[in-house]
Every structure is written in C-alpha cells, then in structure tokens.
Design a protein. Structure first.
Length: 256
C-alpha cells in the first residue's frame, strides 16, 4: 500500500479527501487495520484511535493522530495571522470563523476548503505544512491522541508532554505563517484575487493593494507614500495622492 506506515502521507491525503469527498478514508486508519493492529490484553485491537484508547504510548498515535492537533490548531492560526491583513473584511470574517471552528472542534475541513477556494497555490503550501506536522509528531514521538476529533478539549484531556508539544506547535505555526507570506509575495496574491502581470506590477509598485486607500477621478490616494516605488512608475506625487499616467490609471481603476 502506498501509505503503509507513512503517517505524513496519510495526513496530506486525509486533508484532501476529507475536504473533497468524505471522512471514510480517515475512518479506515482511525478504526480499522489500515493503520495498525496490536495485541492488547490478549485482544487484537485495530485502528489508531482504538489502539490509543487502550495504549496511549503506542507509536501509531504519534504517527497518525498527534499531527492533526498541530494542523487544526497551530497551522490554522499561523495562516490566520498571515492572511488577516491581506483579505477584505467579509473574507476576513470567514477566515476567523473557520479557524475558530478548526481549533475548537478539531475539524479542519471548513478551513481547508476556505484556503482552497481562496487560492489553490496557498492550499498547496498548507498541505506542505501538514506533511511537516505529521513528520514532527512522529520524529518527536509525541503520543497525544483523541477519541474522535482533535479538539482543544481532547488536547487538554490527553496531553502528556505540554512543553514539547507547544514548542513544536509554535515552530509549526511560524512555518505556516511564513509559508503563506512567501506564497503571497511570490505569486503576488492580493485579497485572494489574481491580477494580470502588468496590473500586479503596478499594484506592487504602489506598495501593495493594502496601501491603496481610494481611487479618485484622476488620482489615487495611498496610506504611506514612502512605499510607492517611483522608479517603477510614471507618476507624480502630491501629499498622499498619486497621479499615474492614463494607461496605468485605467488598469488600476478597471481591476480595483
């Protein structure tokens, strides 16, 4: 089997399958022998969750369960901080609500769907962080399981290495944050929208979309005029008003 004992592959496939199809794939590893079968108290116990409930120290716990805590709590919070000032208010509210849902219930599906709809490239970066979360849990042998979903209630009920867990979670949260910021900068993603290359270059030269306050009849107003790159723009600046040439202003007015 492709996944075998590779918990990190399971974590990535689980996230995609749960979001796009159903949680039946996850159940195969949580409650059947697809993950592992152990003899406990002279009984065969199959599935990561079932094994955890009988033996908290089993390696199957760190391989298949603990990583999902990092995903639901720290990765989602890291993405929240990275995206908060990059999206419109209505999208920001949806972002906050999906993160709260992920943290409190341990269900990452809404947040994953939100990221995918916002930007498939950003979601791909998130999946890379998911992979590292499962790798970290397995390498550090952090055996923190759950009964059904990795919610914060389950975390504080079963946590056994709080220092290692929160330090690792903090690092993974930073990884999530900087991965999102890098992708946003690399692909010039702004407010969850994509712009033609010539429009993106103008917006970047103006200090980014967040720096643009409003568009007037023939000028636009920016928050911080020092962020405007006059070497890349044919423009005149008066206070916080920027007068672009007719072509560039027409493009900005059309797309913003």
């Amino acid at each position: 089997m492709l996944i075998g004992s590779k918990g990190y592959i399971f974590g990535v496939v689980k996230n995609i399958y749960d979001m796009a199809v159903s949680d039946k794939f996850t159940d195969l590893f949580y409650y059947s022998s697809f993950s592992q079968t152990e003899i406990i108290n002279n009984k065969a116990v199959s599935g990561a969750v079932n094994i955890f409930l009988q033996n908290h120290d089993s390696s199957v716990v760190s391989r298949y369960l603990t990583g999902e805590y990092f995903v639901c709590i720290f990765l989602s919070i890291g993405m929240l901080f990275a995206l908060y000032n990059k999206v419109h208010l209505d999208i920001r509210i949806a972002l906050i609500l999906t993160v709260i849902t992920s943290v409190l219930t341990g269900d990452i599906r809404l947040f994953s769907l939100f990221l995918f709809l916002l930007s498939p490239v950003l979601y791909s970066g998130f999946l890379l962080c998911v992979l590292f979360s499962y790798v970290a849990a397995s390498l550090l042998k952090l055996s923190i399981g759950f009964e059904a979903m990795p919610s914060v209630i389950q975390l504080f009920k079963y946590i056994n290495s709080p220092a290692y867990f929160f330090i690792t979670g903090f690092v993974l949260g930073l990884l999530s944050y900087f991965t999102a910021r890098l992708i946003i900068l690399r692909f010039n993603i702004s407010w969850g929208n994509y712009y033609p290359e010539n429009v993106r270059s103008i917006i970047t030269a103006l200090g980014g979309e967040a720096n643009i306050v409003k568009i007037n009849f023939d000028t636009l107003t920016v928050k911080n005029v020092n962020l405007v790159n006059i070497l890349l723009l044919d423009c005149n600046i008066s206070g916080n008003n920027v007068l672009l040439n007719e072509r560039d202003f027409g493009l900005i007015k059309e797309y913003l």
